[in-house]
Design a protein around this ligand. Structure first.
Ligand SMILES: [Zn+2]
Length: 97
């Protein structure tokens, strides 16, 4: 399947899942990432080198760097416990998203 086609189906699926649920079942950050990826593919932005950073513990993508350069997970509060994925597909695969 073509990458863009796949992303569109994925996006439709996850937004629908979240709409039917009283609270978002799918990480809203992941939804945003898929959306951004669709834009990237459509605009033919070179995303090949774009790695993804997620928390080792809770798999959250909500990672912020503090003033001292530490990676802080804003979901579970872990510090510098980051896993790097080569792209959104690897993240999805490994994290069962
Ligand atoms: Zn975390």
């Amino acid at each position: 399947m073509e990458r863009l086609e796949y992303l569109k189906i994925e996006y439709k699926h996850i937004t629908e899942v979240n709409r039917r649920s009283p609270f978002p079942l799918v990480d809203t950050e992941y939804v945003e990432m898929v959306k951004q990826e669709i834009i990237n593919v459509m605009e033919k932005i070179n995303y090949d080198n774009e790695t993804i950073h997620a928390c080792k513990h809770c798999k959250s993508l909500y990672i912020k760097v503090d003033d001292d350069g530490n990676d802080i997970c804003h979901r579970c509060g872990s510090i510098n416990e980051i896993v790097e994925y080569k792209d959104i597909f690897e993240y999805k695969d490994k994290c069962n998203k």
